[in-house]
Design a protein around this ligand. Sequence first.
Ligand SMILES: Nc1ncnc2c1ncn2[C@@H]1O[C@H](COP(=O)(O)OP(=O)(O)OP(=O)(O)O)[C@@H](O)[C@H]1O
Ligand SMILES: [Mg+2]
Length: 353
Amino acid sequence: MIKLVNVEKTYFSKAGNIEALKKTNIEVRQGEIFGIIGLSGAGKSTLIRCINMLEVPTGGQVFVDGQELTAMSEAQLRKARQNIGMIFQHFNLLASRTVFDNVAFPLEIQGMPKDKIAERVGELLDLVQLRDRADYYPSQLSGGQKQRVGIARALASNPKVLLSDEATSALDPQTTKSILQLLRDINKRLNLTIVMITHQMEVVKEICDRVAVIENGVIIEEGSMYKVFTEPQEETTKEFVKTVNDIKIPPMIDTESMKQNYFPGSRLLANLTFLDSGDRQEKSTGADQPLVSAIIKRFGVDVNIISGKVDYLKDLPYGTLLVEIMGDEKSIADSLRYIREAGVKLEVIGYVG
Ligand SMILES: Nc1ncnc2c1ncn2[C@@H]1O[C@H](COP(=O)(O)OP(=O)(O)OP(=O)(O)O)[C@@H](O)[C@H]1O
Ligand SMILES: [Mg+2]
């Protein structure tokens, strides 16, 4: 649906040139929610604004729905942009217009007849559950409601693609969830392709099918959200994953004296991740495998479960278990091998006395 081929963007200025985007190649499939995550200044906004040509790339080609935007005249581009809606961090609503008139705005520009506009705006306000706020002004709305207006306006011309530039960054966690839920809902209902940029892993984890990680204008990692989340390769990606998946070691465990190797009388501290790999090739391990009792029986170790939880990556469950394994050196080594062979992701934290 969206294809970027060697897209580059350099900002030229007297103070110096900034290569905000280096040769970037991305393909976003029809109907998916594609996330782009990166730190501040990484080039996220530049990248997403190249997709609808709000920023004209200094090199490369942009294709949306089979059409090359980088080869179009201004007039052609205006038409093509009707296929691409966009929502923003600060909503960008017109303060002097009511909710109704904000959503009607792009339709007025298109020259749609008044009665048709009223009908369409009504539908859109129903979709975002704001019909009863039609006559309010933006200043009378909460952040979440403002973003709902932004979404309704972005969908007014029936776009095939929705671009979201940090649409939930100004919202509290609860409101963020409800906006993400709405985006998921319209993605499914309208088969809308969504590209969202964010610096929050929480957002990616909640709704993205695939994700790309951008750093200094370069895509450093890309793949299914599940894969990137459970097997991050790059340091930056690992840091992002940590923000939502950090292992909390309880204070009663003395980590000061922790060693990376076994010593007599030590206990192994390890984190196990049980993945329900869904459509992946490997055999599913499931979060319910009685692995702990198996290693106790087979290798005579003792296992102490410190904490555990089940979380979701979009719709796929994954479970984590923080455990202490006690036994002699060989029994622990055998247990670790057994756990790994069972396909459970094992992270050895260390040996404590
Ligand atoms: N109009 C501009 N003129 C000059 N430099 C710019 C312009 N817009 C962005 N830049 C620079 O390009 C780089 C990438 O900026 P961009 O806004 O794409 O980052 P971002 O990932 O969206 O950051 P944030 O998370 O803070 O929004 C930055 O170094 C920024 O200073
Ligand atoms: Mg930005």
